[in-house]
Structures are given as C-alpha cells and as structure tokens.
Design a protein around this ligand. Structure first.
Ligand code: AKG
Ligand code: FE2
Length: 372
C-alpha cells in the first residue's frame, strides 16, 4: 500500500492522542509521563509447561506442574505458560481480526450501535480522567463481556461482531477453560478444593480486552498503558512480537520478552485478597514504540458483582471482606476523584500498614463502563 494511503488510513482511525497529549502538556508545565528512577532489565519470566496437567496417568508430573504454578504466583505474580493447547493459527487469526477492527475510523469506533455494534462503553482510548501526562495511555481498546463473544445470552448489539470473529470466539473458549483450571489449582494449593470459581466466575462476568498501541513519536515520554494492577482473579494475556510489556519486581521494571508460544498469566487483586497476600497482584505497564504498532489480547477471569471476597486463610485477614461490585465501585470513585486507582490498599484492615499505590487505573476510565 502506498505510504500516503497508509498514513491517511491511520489518521482517520487513530484516536486523537496527540491532541490529548498537548492539552495535558499545557496543563502540567512540560512534566513527562515516565519515572526515570527505575532501571529496566530484561528477564525471563517463569515458563511452565501446562500440558503436564492433562497427563492423567502421571500424578508426579501433574503435581510438579501445580507446584510450579503455586510458586510462580507467590514469587512473581506473573508467569508464562506453554503447551496450553491454543494453536499459533488462532493467535495469527486474532491479530488479523484486531487489525480489521481497529482500522475502522475513530468516529465509527466511538459511536455505539454502529458498524461492529459494540455494546455501550466498550471502546476506550487515552485516559478520560487523566490530569497529567503520567496518566495518559497511548492506546485504544475494546473491553467486551465474554457472553457477547460466545453468543450465549449476549446482547443482540454484538451479534455482527460475534459472527465475523470465530477466531476470537475460539480463543475466548479456550482461555476460559485454562483460567478455571489455573484458579482451581491456586485454590487447591491454599487448601481449598471447592466449586467457588465454577459457581461465581461465569462467562457473563468475564471480559476480553483487545488492545492496540499506535506508534508513538513521544515514546520516551508517554506510557502505552499506565502502571496498574488487574482487578480480576487472574488475567491471561497474549502479546504480539513487539516489545513493550513491563512488570515491577523488587522495585525494578522488568521487560517481558515476547514469546510467540507463550501466554502470560497475571495474578489480579482478587486472588491477592482471597489468598490473604500469598499470591501477588503485580503492577505492570506498557511502554510505547516510536515506529511499530503493537497488539495484545487480555482475558479477565472475574466473579459476578455480588460475589463476596474473603480470605481463605486461617491467618489474621489483611483485607476486610468486600463484594466484587463494591470493589469496582470504589475503584470507579477513586479514578473519578483522583485520576488513578488505589485498589486493594483501600481495603486493608490495619491502616498502619497502608501503602497508597499510585496505580493508574485504566479499566474503569469510562464512568458507564461495566469492565473489570
Ligand atoms: O498489552 C499488554 O501487554 C498489557 C495489557 C494489560 O495490562 C491490560 O489490558 O490490563
Ligand atoms: Fe493489565
């Protein structure tokens, strides 16, 4: 395609991120979005072969795999799984699907009930509540309830999209099985063999998020996605081959090297609260690339709003009991009032230990959103 045509396509499909940047810059006297005190290192995350879980005849290998998942969730809160059963064909199909969706004009993407018929509030870009450049995310996303993807009881408004994305549907089905398997293992390792996840984390409360990071000429100044923790029990993430994802470990940002065969598992806030701090919900962010566009797909394994999250441990509870609906409401309020998510520290029982994190919350940056 000739470069001019390509540029024109991008200029009508990209959200007005440059404008948002300029407005924030004028408000904040040129302060940029990055905290250079952190040194970025590249590091291999734990890599776990989950095909061992299907080896019903080999209990030793199954247990070995479960122990690796347990250990990685405690020590890292972030790990990769391979031999998960999702083919590379599904991943390349996903990318084509994302390109097709995001290539649509910005005007169309922002309007509900048009073209892809996305449900209200599913399209997000930048950061609606950003008050400074640090809170701006150079990205756009569709945050979609799983029921819409799978066509089971989903809104009619989504049907058109659902029909044209059999690949996304296939991905959603497979990752929902994987997330339930992982959650059950993490519960079992805490001494709980229960039907909790089966009963409370149904497709209607889980979400898929399609992320696109346009190339950013101000790469060293602006985040692709600002630092945050995920609210869900856990997230399953597929990133393409363009680098950008980083996680915070021991006060240092670690770059997560793309691995085409791996899915990334991220422990979320709910697992940290439920396990009474045994599993770690780790802050992560995406940095921008000056030349390359980047795509990722995240699946959030969440319970229904009325599910009460209480510590499963016999140790004194770190957090007070709360329903997921209450948690989401608190996050929404904090984002609205402060411009960022506080998250779990708001629910700590002993105020003496409170550490207020400057997590910038992106999942709720639209007040009408029903996201995680
Ligand atoms: O794009 C990525 O690699 C990370 C996305 C992410 O953290 C999210 O959607 O919550
Ligand atoms: Fe995230």
């Amino acid at each position: 395609m000739p470069t001019n045509k390509l540029n024109m396509e991008h200029s009508i499909s990209n959200p007005p991120l440059h404008e948002a940047y300029k407005i924030l810059l004028s408000k904040t006297n040129g302060e940029n979005g990055f905290d250079d005190q952190f040194l970025v290192e590249e590091c291999e995350l734990p890599l776990i072969d989950v095909s061992r879980l299907a080896e019903s005849g080999d209990e030793v290998r199954r247990e070995e795999c479960k122990s690796e998942i347990f250990k990685a969730s405690q020590e890292w809160g972030f790990f990769q799984v391979v031999k998960h059963g999702i083919s590379n064909g599904v991943f390349s199909g996903l990318k084509l699907e994302q390109e097709k969706i995001f290539k649509q004009p910005f005007e169309k993407k922002t309007k509900e009930n048009k073209f892809f018929n996305f449900s209200a509030g599913s399209y997000r870009w930048g950061s609606l509540n950003a008050t400074c450049i640090r809170q701006l995310s150079w990205s756009e996303a569709f945050h979609i309830p799983l029921t819409d993807m799978l066509g089971s009881g989903g809104s009619d408004t989504f049907r058109c999209f659902y029909i044209c994305s059999a690949t996304i549907q296939q991905f959603a089905t497979q990752v929902s099985i994987l997330s339930k398997t992982l959650a059950d293992i993490l519960a079992e390792k805490m001494g709980h063999k229960s039907t909790f996840f089966e009963e409370n984390c149904l497709p209607r409360s889980c979400y898929i998020r399609l992320n696109r990071y346009p190339p950013c000429p101000l790469a060293s100044e602006v985040h692709g996605l600002m630092p945050h923790t995920d609210s869900a029990f856990l997230t399953i993430l597929h990133q393409d081959q363009v680098r950008g994802l980083q996680m915070l470990k021991d006060g240092k940002w670690i770059a997560v090297k793309p691995n085409p065969d791996a899915l990334i598992i991220i422990i979320g806030d709910l697992f940290q609260a439920w396990s009474n701090g045994v599993y770690k919900s780790v802050e992560h962010r995406v940095v921008t690339n000056p030349k390359l566009e980047r795509f990722s797909v995240a699946y959030f394994f969440c319970p229904s709003d009325d599910t009460v999250i209480e510590s499963c441990s016999t140790e004194p509870s770190l957090y007070r009991n709360f329903s997921f609906g209450e948690y989401r409401q608190q996050v929404r309020e904090d984002v609205h009032n402060l411009g960022y998510k506080i998250g779990l520290p708001k629910f700590l029982l002993s105020t003496g230990d409170k550490i207020v994190c400057m997590n910038m919350y992106h999942e709720f940056n639209f007040p009408t959103s029903t996201g995680t």
